[in-house]
Write a protein that binds this ligand. Structure first.
Ligand code: ATP
Ligand code: MG
Length: 334
């Protein structure tokens, strides 16, 4: 039985490095689009290869590949830059003009830190998860090798918990300020009052606090929504790609456990690069013996998932014709 993606809205294709994630994601996307569903293919892997496999330049913005297929290669650097610019914009509202240069210098430094890239990537994925399904029938994410992707997928939960804590902190400090306000206006708590602290502007802090609170609530809601889409079994699923080899099997077994812990539905595994029956010779016969043992191990270890096999091809997979052939092997489009 082939894969049936007709009810799916969001798919993540993941697995160990080099197992065939990009080829699988691209074939599934192209074949789905050929069958009449509007599809968006998104690469979250900084080492992009969608452009290579389609042999068409794909950038950080939606690029049309066929009438019903568009693709994006998320550029974490550019995304982080936009993200920080937006943060800088909101920070200006809360900072005195004298501090602008200092803040800007600080944000420039933050922009290149790995955490910022990850936060920006997560924000972009969350937006695509929330808004993308309005514009597309199916969104397929071609992900980075397992460890990085699993960490990223665990972030929405972590980020909303973290935002909860920040909000709770603000509530507490808000109460404290309310008590302090009872003792009179404190200049250090009220920059608008100036050094002398003689001008009383009671609205200043609460106004600023309200805006900060609104931003935090918005972020929390975004991550919560993203997590809801991610864990919705009806719409969203993960496809693990592996090869009949020791390390790929081991990594996929661990990934399966982690995905189940995050409540992410694993729809199927794709076992790629299986030696075709027609391949002959003594060397291949010996390899086939080893492969049989690994295939049996895969059968056993991934009992709950559907299995789909792809043969090892003589050449690389490049261009839409090759991808369509792979797609036809994987998907049921009747
Ligand atoms: N069944 C196959 N037969 C022959 N070559 C294949 C097969 N599947 C993938 N390849 C080739 O193997 C290479 C790696 O494939 P691909 O880029 O899809 O892997 P990946 O898992 O996305 O790698 P990365 O972890 O680097 O993103 C590519 O050159 C691709 O053309
Ligand atoms: Mg890849």
């Amino acid at each position: 039985m082939k894969l049936d993606l007709r009810d799916r809205r969001v798919l993540f294709v993941g697995g160990k490095g080099g197992t065939g994630k990009t080829v699988t994601a691209a074939s599934l996307a192209l074949t789905t689009a050929d069958s009449g569903r509007k599809c968006l293919l998104v690469s979250t892997d900084p080492a992009h290869s969608l452009s290579d496999v389609f042999d068409i330049h794909i950038g950080d913005r939606e690029t049309i590949l066929t009438p019903l297929l568009s693709a994006i290669e998320i550029d974490p650097g550019a995304t982080a830059k936009r993200h920080i610019a937006a943060v800088a914009g909101s920070m200006r509202k809360f900072t005195s003009p004298a501090m602008y240069d200092e803040v800007e210098r600080h944000l420039k430094l933050v922009q290149t830190s790995p955490g910022a890239m990850e936060a920006a990537l997560l924000e972009r994925i969350s937006e695509l998860l929330i808004e993308g399904t309005d514009n597309y029938d199916l969104i397929i994410f071609d992900t980075a090798p397992t460890g990085h992707t699993l960490h990223l997928l665990s972030l929405p939960e972590m980020m909303s918990t973290w935002t909860d804590a920040l909000l709770a902190n603000r509530e507490r400090s808000g109460k404290l300020h309310a008590v302090l306000d009872g003792f009179g206006d404190l200049p250090e708590n009220n920059p608008a009052a100036g050094a002398g602290g003689s001008v009383k502007t009671p609205g200043y802090r609460s106004d600023r606090d309200e805006q900060l609170r609104a931003i935090l609530l918005q972020r929390r809601s975004k991550f919560r929504q993203a997590r809801q889409v991610l864990t919705n079994r009806e719409t969203t699923a993960f496809i693990l790609v592996l090869n009949p080899e020791k390390l790929a099997i081991l990594e996929s077994k661990n990934a399966l456990v982690s995905l189940q812990q995050y409540d992410i539905h694993v729809l199927a595994i794709v076992i790629n690069r299986v030696l075709p029956a027609t391949a002959d010779g003594d060397f291949l016969a010996r390899r086939r013996v080893r492969e049989q043992a690994y295939l049996a191990e895969i059968e056993h270890a991934f009992k709950g998932c559907r299995h789909h096999y792809l043969p090892l091809l003589a050449g690389d997979i490049c261009g839409m014709d090759d991808l369509r052939k792979i797609g036809q092997l994987l998907i049921n489009t009747d």
